[in-house]
Write a protein that binds this ligand. Structure first.
Ligand SMILES: C[S@@+](CC[C@H](N)C(=O)[O-])C[C@H]1O[C@@H](n2cnc3c(N)ncnc32)[C@H](O)[C@@H]1O
Length: 214
């Protein structure tokens, strides 16, 4: 079915894309924080990652305002990286308020400041569709994950049964600027073994639990 789906082409100017998105996140970081805390459906999707997180070393990429970090980071040796300075500030305050320790920093998924094979698990939710270069991002996630380590990815993808409500929600994601990718194909290309599950949005939100082959 996937050959017939309308996947996004990647932006010609990747730097301009990332900077434009960053300006938008800078403006909405605080309302975003309130939105995530108040929207049960968003929290329900993100929490689906938790049972799959394995330690001891965990990296969350693009943690936003850090809601998911507040749910698990205290149980692991946790690092986090997000491109947007304001998101990093809001997430740091959220963790501090709950007395949860994690090393958060600003940075780009396309050049992760970590050694090869560092993490037992990498988590990324609702962010991959905002990266302008899927190959580059996946290559970095793969590089810093140890062999046998786990990538837990939640993002938007077409519902397998093409149901009308799910396809309608996909149009909304596209309208919001998300880049829709065949994430299963990308994981396969990078040599991950993975499972995929539709977890919400009428089949438009998918959870991937992927293992880097040893
Ligand atoms: C839609 S938010 C998702 C936040 C959170 N993971 C959640 O599920 O609510 C996307 C996040 O990706 C971050 N982001 C965008 N481009 C990035 C990049 N190139 N590298 C790292 N983070 C990036 C943004 O700053 C933002 O915090």
């Amino acid at each position: 079915m996937n050959e017939f789906l309308n996947y996004s082409s990647e932006p010609a100017d990747k730097d301009a894309f990332t900077k434009g998105l960053d300006r938008a996140y800078g403006l909405i970081a605080r309302p975003y924080d309130i939105g995530v805390k108040l929207l049960p459906v968003w929290k329900t999707w993100l929490k689906r990652a938790i049972p799959h997180i394995q330690g001891p070393r965990v990296l969350e990429v693009s943690f936003g305002t850090g809601f998911l970090l507040t749910q698990y980071a205290g149980r692991f040796n946790t690092d986090g990286i997000d491109y947007n300075e304001k998101m990093v500030a809001v997430a740091s305050a959220n963790l501090k308020r709950k007395n949860i320790a994690a090393r958060l920093r600003q940075g780009n998924v396309e050049s992760l400041p970590y050694e090869h094979d560092t993490f037992d698990c990498i988590v990324s939710t609702m962010a991959f569709s905002g990266y302008p270069d899927g190959q580059c991002a996946m290559s970095e996630l793969h590089r810093v994950l140890r062999p046998g380590g786990r990538l837990v990815l939640i993002d938007v993808e077409y519902p397998a049964d093409g149901n009308r409500l799910g396809m309608g929600v996909m149009r909304l994601w596209v309208g919001l600027g998300d880049l829709i990718r065949d994430l299963g194909k990308l994981l396969h290309e990078f040599g991950f073994d993975y499972t995929e599950e539709e977890i919400g949005g009428f089949g438009s939100v998918h959870l991937y639990v992927a293992t880097k082959r040893s």
